[in-house]
Ligand binder design. Structure first.
Ligand SMILES: O=C[C@H](O)[C@@H](O)CC(=O)C(=O)O
Ligand SMILES: [Zn+2]
Length: 278
């Protein structure tokens, strides 16, 4: 079953007035993995869709949702999938792609049937992002050895982390979509610090691999008007194009970043020095 939610986009001046409840209602995606369900949130930030598929003992077919007004989900869209659970399978128009944990699949526009399955070898958790697409590019798996791995940060600043670029234009051709996975090393808690914005693109962060009972404080907002949202394991947060997106955890954790918008230039960021944030 494919379930869906909807989020409007907010302008930054209005968002300055939001309290805890409004921030959580507008930006937090609190439930992504429900047994035998595909759970989708359609946002008006670049019409980006954030979701999760958790096949337990049923194969889950990605169905179209009313906001698309299209026969098939991918008639005018592209899809990125990253498995954050045990090994599982995604079948695209009859072709099987097995994804181990941390592996990705790009699914091109015009693909008709996308089915998520468990292999009975533990629970796969497929994190999904989708953006509108104007052109079909081939469906492609990005396996562990295909990732572009970048070492970032420094223990001194508690932000030592490994960034795995998965769905980026040096690895796979896409229209808008870029996705990857960043892992904080033990004892390191700060992601994306120094923080940045990129008004050319929106972004979504999905936090996982967080120890039970711990939490992540995600910082958002304009650099001079920041706000925070406490996040639990396996939750996602939308980052408007005007917002920083950075977080600090009560222990280390991993997260998937995904974005879409005006360009495919991963490095296009307007960096804010920590002492410039307010
Ligand atoms: O625009 C790019 C993104 O915000 C992330 O890729 C940043 C990130 O994963 C990190 O610094 O750890
Ligand atoms: Zn970013």
């Amino acid at each position: 079953m494919t379930k869906h939610e909807f989020r409007y986009a907010a302008n930054p001046v209005d968002a300055r007035k939001y309290g805890t409840e409004e921030l959580r209602r507008e930006f937090l995606i609190d439930k992504l993995f429900v047994e035998n369900q595909i759970q989708l949130t359609y946002s008006m930030y670049d019409r980006y869709i954030v979701g999760g598929a958790m096949p337990v003992n049923e194969d889950l077919k990605l169905e179209t949702i009313p906001y698309l007004k299209s026969k098939n989900f991918l008639d005018r869209r592209e899809l990125g999938v990253i498995n954050v659970g045990a090994k599982g399978k995604v079948t695209v128009d009859g072709e099987d792609y097995e994804l181990n944990t941390k592996e990705a699949l790009y699914v091109g526009k015009d693909s008709k049937d996308v089915v998520f399955s468990s292999l009975g070898e533990g629970q796969p958790l497929f994190y999904i992002n989708s953006a509108p697409a104007h052109k079909r590019f081939p469906t492609k798996k990005v396996g562990a050895k295909d990732a572009e791995v970048v070492q970032l940060g420094d223990e001194k600043y508690a932000n030592k982390r490994v960034l795995n670029k998965l769905i980026v234009n040096s690895i796979v051709e896409t229209c808008q979509l870029q996705m990857g996975l960043t892992e904080l090393l033990p004892g390191n808690v700060w992601n994306t610090m120094p923080a940045h914005t990129h008004s050319r693109r929106m972004e979504a962060y999905f936090y996982f691999n967080l120890e039970e009972g711990q939490a992540i404080c995600h910082f958002m907002g304009e650099p001079q008007h920041t706000r925070h949202i406490f996040i639990e394991n396996n939750q996602a947060v939308l980052s408007p194009e005007w917002s920083i997106h950075s977080g600090s955890g009560t222990c280390n954790y991993s997260f998937v970043w995904g974005m879409a918008g005006e360009n495919l230039d991963y490095g296009d960021m307007d960096v804010c020095a920590p002492n410039e944030l307010k």
